[in-house]
Design a protein around this ligand. Structure first.
Ligand code: NAD
Length: 459
């Protein structure tokens, strides 16, 4: 097991100071530099593809396909998209002139914040560290990366990939856990981008508030999934199983629990059992493609949920490999941890409903979810759900896929997060939109000045 060493306060301060100087020198601002650095990053990811895959296998037992689709390929596409559009994003944007401002012109300039801090979690440890970095580079910032100590192999690979080609005064990786992060949060960054749990999100926000540092918080929570009676059940079952069991449920936007209409519940359950068998075989615990739970603490936490309801399918665990079978469970009580904490594992509670209003009331009485999924062919239900429930983002008739397009901003709302990113929204997140009004010198309005007569003065 690789051990991640913490950084001292001194080391953290030195890195930040170095980056402050580098940013001040102005090198990071030109379009050429940004594109060049994005291309360098892309080359590094391609060059180290096998190492990244291997680290993800060691840390999470991710299969090569899963590692490519959800981490490596995702990032290569984000870089390609960013390079293609950066010219347009960087251009100053003209705005209309208000009648009260005749003669002047207004525009906004996207200016880099400066030295940024990007803190990542362990569940998609490579993608969630590098995706915000693409935005930070594109917007002309420097960045300090803090990978998760819980996935040490990936943390090490990130360090080698970055250190091999980037000047630490521009991009640095500071590996470590709570101690290093605490030192980092004590610095005067110009922007903080955090992905992780709600509880640590509060720690980050509190630290940022002390210095009024702008932040993005990409957090978690319980994301509901609703199966309406009109849904295409065959597709719904497959897409729910895909979204829930990829990475063994350790996905921030995985469907956390299911609401299934009474009329289709039995059919859904029997189809679901078939699909799990089809996807993962007779014994999913022995399936090499099925991810493990990241560590013992999380394994024990998730395992304990098995006693919070009636298991309809699955429920077996492998203590040695830290694996938990894809499991369908009927919760005993809505107040249990199974129904109040983010599950973040392959256990899917299923609840029956008759009227969509019951579902709306249940979800809106709880913290606003990061994602929501609805399977339906009924436009009225679709409108009712999307317009009355507040959630970060989601899909109709699918799961997870809204995260994988650079055209949709991705982020939470309320307890599930603040701000968004991906595609242009990443560029905007890491840029301050500076407003400029350029006034005419051809004429002047006398009445704006104290003690002046009304009228226009031509100069
Ligand atoms: P976490 O909050 O425990 O850790 C995230 C980062 O914060 C890590 O780098 C960790 O070293 C650091 N950290 C941990 N405790 C800290 C403390 N007390 N002070 C300062 N820093 C600290 O989250 P995690 O367990 O790594 O990730 C799982 C959570 O992240 C889930 O809640 C999940 O929903 C959420 N998540 C959200 C998204 C999203 O895009 N919204 C994506 C992935 C994960």
């Amino acid at each position: 097991m690789i051990e991640i060493k913490e950084h001292s306060q001194d080391s953290v301060e030195k890195h930040v100071k170095l980056q402050k100087q580098y940013f001040k020198a102005g090198k990071t601002r030109s379009k050429e530099y940004r594109v060049n650095m994005l291309q360098t990053l892309e080359k590094q990811i391609r060059k180290h593809e096998a190492n990244i895959s291997q680290a993800l296998k060691l840390d999470l037992n991710k299969s090569e396909t899963e590692a490519y689709v959800t981490e490596i390929g995702f990032l290569l596409e984000e870089i390609r998209f960013t390079i293609k559009h950066i010219d347009k994003w960087m251009k100053p944007k003209k705005v209309k002139t208000a009648k009260t401002h005749i003669g002047s012109k207004g525009y906004t300039i996207a200016e880099p914040y400066g030295v940024t801090l990007i803190i990542a979690p362990w569940n998609y440890p490579f993608q969630l560290q590098i995706a915000p970095l693409i935005g930070a580079i594109a917007a002309g910032n420097t960045a300090i990366l803090k990978p998760s100590e819980i996935t040490p192999n990936t943390s090490n690979v990130i360090t080698s990939i970055i250190n091999e080609v980037f000047d630490p005064a521009y991009i640095a990786v500071l590996e470590g856990g709570v101690e290093t992060t605490t030192h980092l949060l004590d610095q005067r960054f110009d922007y903080i981008f955090f992905t992780g749990s709600v509880s640590v999100g509060k720690v980050v926000m509190e630290a940022a508030a002390k210095r009024l540092i702008p932040i993005t918080l990409e957090l978690g929570g319980k994301s509901p999934c609703i199966i309406d009676e009109s849904a295409n059940l065959e597709l719904a079952v497959k897409r729910v199983a895909f979204g829930k069991f990829i990475n063994a449920g350790q996905t921030c936007i995985a469907p956390d629990y299911l609401f299934v209409h009474k009329k289709v519940k039995e059919k859904f359950i029997s189809e679901f059992k078939n699909v799990i068998h089809e996807f993962y075989g007779e014994n999913p615990l022995e399936n090499e493609q099925f991810a493990k739970i990241v560590n013992e603490r999380h394994f024990n936490r998730i395992k304990s949920y098995l006693s919070h309801g009636e298991v309809l399918h699955g429920g077996n665990v492998d203590e040695k490999l830290h694996k938990i079978e894809p499991t369908l469970i009927v919760p005993k009580e809505m107040s249990s941890a199974l129904m109040t904490e983010e599950i973040f594992g392959p256990i899917l509670p299923i609840i029956e409903y008759e009227d969509i209003q019951e579902v709306i009331d249940f979800v809106t009485d709880r913290p606003k979810p990061l994602a929501l999924y609805l399977f339906t062919k009924n436009d009225r239900i679709e409108q009712q759900v999307t317009e009355t429930i507040s959630f970060g983002g989601g899909c109709i008739n699918d799961t997870l896929m809204h995260i994988a397009t650079p055209y949709l901003p991705f982020g939470g709302v309320g307890e599930s997060g603040i701000g968004d990113y991906h595609g242009e929204s990443s560029f905007q997140t890491f840029s301050h939109m500076k407003s400029i009004l350029k006034q005419t010198t051809l004429f002047d309005f006398r009445f704006r000045y104290p003690n002046a007569k009304n009228g226009l003065a031509t100069l």
